[in-house]
Design a binder for this molecule. Structure first.
Ligand code: SAH
Length: 240
């Protein structure tokens, strides 16, 4: 009786496991069809267990291409958004060991983990909500990710002591480019950031193309529309 029970558990475990694998494969195909071609990004999405970044009740939806609530009125970004933004950072594998990246808006930690699984060695991430940051830190530890430095702060001001950064990724929507972030870019560095209204934003990639702090030292490219939660802080939105 016991052994049969154990066998059923075993079968159910494998059914669930293989269903999740099938869902993951379908998600990767969807991302590819939507134009994501960067192999390191796709491999990282395949490798990071997104279910571990979700509340229990939503874990069965881990490989749906949707954003989902993670508590404190915040969301984990849609896998396509994460893939698109990571691709925009335009990192080449030769740079992973040396590139210094700042993420503003740790949230669940999923985007941070994607960068870590890609092999990026110097990752700094800032979150303003204490409970979310604590949970994200627990996840990094559980997954054995050690190269992530975290800070509880207003990320619109950047991380002055660790600047300059080769890449900065902001995962919340801003009314404009926070000046502090632009100024913490290394020469040749890029900032990927959603800019727009509170309700809808467009992705921008801002590159620091020459020395100096005048507008001519930066070049901006515009990409498609997305919806993010607001970037709340001194150089972002005011809390409502
Ligand atoms: N990268 C996250 C996305 C979370 S949503 C993920 O994949 O789960 C955006 C996050 O940005 C939220 O957790 C929100 O609290 C945080 N945030 C908003 N304004 C911020 C600020 N000024 N500094 C740091 N974090 C901020």
């Amino acid at each position: 009786m016991c052994r049969v029970g154990a066998m059923i558990d075993h079968v159910q475990y494998f059914q669930r496991y293989s269903m999740q694998e099938a869902q993951k494969r379908a998600l990767l195909e969807e991302l590819y069809k939507k134009g994501i071609r960067n192999e390191s990004v796709l491999r990282a999405i395949a490798a990071v267990p997104r279910e571990k970044f979700l509340p229990h009740a939503l874990q069965h939806r881990a490989y749906d291409n949707v954003s989902l609530p993670i508590g404190s009125s915040q969301t984990i970004s849609q896998p396509y958004t994460v893939a698109f933004m990571t691709e925009l950072l335009a990192l080449s594998p030769e740079e992973y060991a040396t590139t210094k990246i700042l993420e503003v808006g740790t949230g669940s930690g999923y985007q941070t983990a994607i960068l870590a699984y890609m092999g990026v060695r110097r990752i700094y991430t800032i979150e303003r909500i204490p409970g979310l940051l604590e949970e994200a830190k627990k996840r990094f530890k559980e997954l054995g990710i050690q190269q992530i430095h975290t800070q509880l702060a207003d990320g619109t001001l950047g991380w002055e002591e660790e600047a300059p950064f080769d890449a900065i990724i902001v995962t919340a929507g801003s009314p404009d480019v926070p000046q502090a972030l632009a100024l913490q870019l290394a020469l040749g560095g890029r900032l990927v950031i959603p800019i727009g209204s509170r309700m809808q934003q467009r992705l921008y990639r801002v590159r620091r193309i020459r020395e100096g702090t005048d507008p001519g030292a930066f070049r901006a490219e515009e990409f498609q529309h997305f919806r993010f939660v607001p970037l709340v802080g001194e150089q972002g939105w005011q809390e409502e």
